[in-house]
Write a protein that binds this ligand. Structure first.
Ligand code: PYC
Length: 319
């Protein structure tokens, strides 16, 4: 293989990194974004590893491959991925993508549509601020009692916000940045317990994100969270899909009205301001909402990744 280069732009959304592949990424051909995601996974997974994992990236980085959309009404198509696999939607990544497209001169401030494997995301860009309407979100299971070996019983909801989440209700854990090692350990234990006890999303899909909630540090906010991501890293942002899942739970419990604001603070103190409207079509009998999530992102690097076949770690460190 000759030396290959991949051009990327890095940004962060409330501290959570996004690496958008602008050129030099795998050629996934045409078809729906789900078909192209499957092709990425089947034929080019080592390129995913080379882009986001060490030595060029880290467990925290979420990558996004810009794809030619299936319809010109979309500003771009995108496939998100991370240290262990693929995300069907990523909220902080969508905010990062929008400021990156603006940085590239591909879009201006205003309303745009983004195509993702789980549907259309409508986003509005104003400077560094992005508001996006996420895919329809819903609470699937309420008040699930889960025995977590070595920890105790936790009670939580299972909800969809573009990814599957278990949202713990009764956590007494203090959500401070100096406790992230412990919070990571506990949420990994919760995720294993869900898997061992066969608790899943629809179609037996694994629940790969876990959220803990606590009081906000800033009294103007409604809540602080800690979000475990699929690859074991924690989200530095309040998590766009996770906050969508939270809004779906609040809506289903009658605790937040349509249009009412919810200010979700992350474990590093960054903020998403959010609200929802009822969805036109529901997921069966379930209360289904369309969340709007607003946050800020900043471009922080432009880089050319060099994949030299002589480099023993050319394709990244595989864990
Ligand atoms: O913002 O949706 C999100 C997200 C998912 C994983 C990391 N961030």
């Amino acid at each position: 293989m000759p030396i290959k280069t991949i051009n990327v732009i890095d940004s962060h959304t409330g501290g959570e990194p996004t690496r958008i592949v602008v050129s030099g990424g795998p050629d996934l051909g045409s078809g729906s974004l789900t078909q192209r995601l499957n092709r990425f996974q089947r034929d080019f997974d080592e390129i995913r590893n080379a882009i986001v994992n060490e030595p060029r990236g880290s467990d925290e980085v979420v990558g996004g491959l810009i794809c030619e959309p299936t319809d010109p009404k979309f500003a771009a198509g995108v496939i998100f991925f991370n240290n262990t696999g693929y995300l069907r939607m990523c909220g902080h990544g969508t905010i990062g993508l929008m400021v990156t497209l603006k940085h590239l001169g591909k879009i201006a401030d205003g309303a745009h549509l983004i195509e993702t494997p789980v549907g259309t995301v409508a986003a509005e860009l104003t400077g560094h601020e992005v508001s996006f309407q996420n895919v329809p979100s819903y609470r699937l299971l309420a008040d699930v009692e889960l025995e977590v070996p070595g920890y105790g019983t936790v009670v939580g909801d299972v909800a969809w916000g573009g990814n599957w989440f278990f949202l713990v209700k009764n956590s007494a854990e203090e959500l401070t940045i100096d406790r992230v090692d412990r919070l990571t350990k506990i949420t990994l234990q919760i995720r294993s317990a869900l898997r061992d006890q066969g608790i899943t999303g629809t179609d037996d899909e694994a629940i790969d994100h876990i959220e803990l909630f606590g009081p906000p540090v800033d009294p103007d906010n409604d809540s602080r969270n800690f979000v475990l991501c699929p690859g074991g890293a924690y989200d530095r942002s309040p998590c766009g899909t996770g906050t969508s899942a939270k809004l779906a739970c609040l809506a289903a419990a009658g605790k937040l009205k349509p249009g009412e604001l919810w200010r979700q603070e992350s474990i590093v103190g960054s903020l998403f301001t959010c609200s929802y409207q009822p969805a036109k079509a529901s997921e069966g009998e379930l209360v289904t909402i369309v969340p709007t999530i607003t946050g800020e992102a900043y471009v922080c690097a432009e880089a050319k990744l060099i994949l030299n076949p002589d480099d023993p770690f050319c394709m990244g460190i595989v864990k």
